[in-house]
Design a binder for this molecule. Structure first.
Ligand code: F6P
Length: 323
């Protein structure tokens, strides 16, 4: 193996830069040349790549986002698009590709693997919904943004004896919402993995009001069965019963733009090094993740198209702590 390429794909996640840096520095230390592919799979199809040296990845570990750029490419879903991507890599003499990204991106890694091109994936998404790892790059930073927002909302909520409905990202996963809800001391957490109706939310708020609370927080994952907006509308309709008057805050992409936490920088660094180690051992077609604090390699066939779900056993903890 002489040359490899690295790309970031899908939604950016804080800590991706740490992973790119680790790939480049670990690989160059072993005498490999590294191409950085710009703008994810779209850039791979468009043949947008350039060599990265150790110095090119200096000063990026503390930066959010991905300095290589990312994209969601429709063309990559087609066989023609993927063939073009592989042709571009082969024409440049690239022996293997490292894909830093989440579920959709690793499904792309599997597709390339099935077409005979060696790929190693690195688990990176703020949703933390990938199998083959306990945690993904970016989720810790995203949770911290949500908790910081909840802390601030509690301040103003308390002044006015209000409630806030806060919507977090996470696509179909409730991980960010549940963890942020517990760490932020929310009264109610609504996640896709466990249905809770607006009427039940309203009842919990009423009980909190009766317990004398001066504020209440409802954290709703964007993929939950009942949307944050729907819950707000229901509670406003039943304002007298609920007690608190409510406001809505949708956190959205704010959760993706944070400076990476130390945890995400460490994770990105460990997984980036883990990916290069796998390539040097000739181990491809795998996702690099962290299981029980050790680097783990999982066959991409076991990951592609499947999702890890959140541990709903933590919901009662959230509830108990809200009393
Ligand atoms: O997968 C990461 C994520 O941030 C999800 O939480 C969210 O649903 C989605 O990406 C948003 O995608 P986009 O940035 O394309 O709007």
């Amino acid at each position: 193996m002489k040359q490899i390429a690295v790309l970031t794909s899908g939604g950016d996640a804080p800590g991706m830069n740490a992973a790119i840096r680790a790939v480049v520095r670990s690989a160059t230390a072993e005498g490999l040349l590294v191409y950085g592919v710009h703008n994810g799979y779209a850039g791979l199809i468009a043949n947008e790549m350039s060599y990265l040296t150790r110095r090119d990845v200096g000063g990026i570990i503390q930066r959010g986002g991905t300095f290589l750029g990312s994209a969601r490419s429709q063309e990559f879903y087609t066989v023609e698009g993927r063939e073009r991507a592989i042709d571009n890599l082969r024409q440049r003499g690239v022996d293997a590709l490292v894909v830093i990204g989440g579920n959709g991106s690793q499904t792309g890694s599997l597709a390339l693997t099935n077409m005979g091109f060696p790929v190693v994936g690195i688990a990176s998404t703020i949703d933390n919904d990938l199998l083959g790892t306990d945690v993904t790059i970016g989720v810790d930073s995203a949770i911290n943004v949500a908790v910081e927002a909840i802390d601030r909302l509690k301040v103003t909520a308390e002044s006015h004896r209000r409630g806030f409905v806060v919507e977090t990202m996470g696509r179909d996963s409730g991980y960010v919402a549940l963890m942020a809800g517990i760490a932020g001391g929310a009264e109610v957490v609504c996640i896709p993995e466990f249905e809770i109706t607006p009427a039940e939310v309203a009842k919990e708020l009423r009980l909190a009001f009766e317990r004398g609370k001066r504020r209440a927080l409802v954290v709703v994952a964007e993929g939950a069965r009942y949307s944050a907006q729907g819950i707000l509308a229901y509670c406003e309709e039943h304002r007298q019963e609920v007690g608190f008057s409510l406001r809505l805050t949708i956190l959205g992409h704010v959760q993706r733009g944070r400076t990476p936490t130390a945890t995400d920088r460490l994770l990105g660094t460990r997984l980036g090094k883990g990916a290069v180690d796998a390539l040097l051992e000739g181990r491809t077609g795998v996702l690099v993740g962290l299981i029980e604090d050790s680097i783990a390699y999982t066959d991409l066939h076991e990951i592609g198209g499947r999702k890890k779900s959140v541990d709903v056993a933590l919901l009662p903890l959230a509830r108990a702590m809200a009393q």
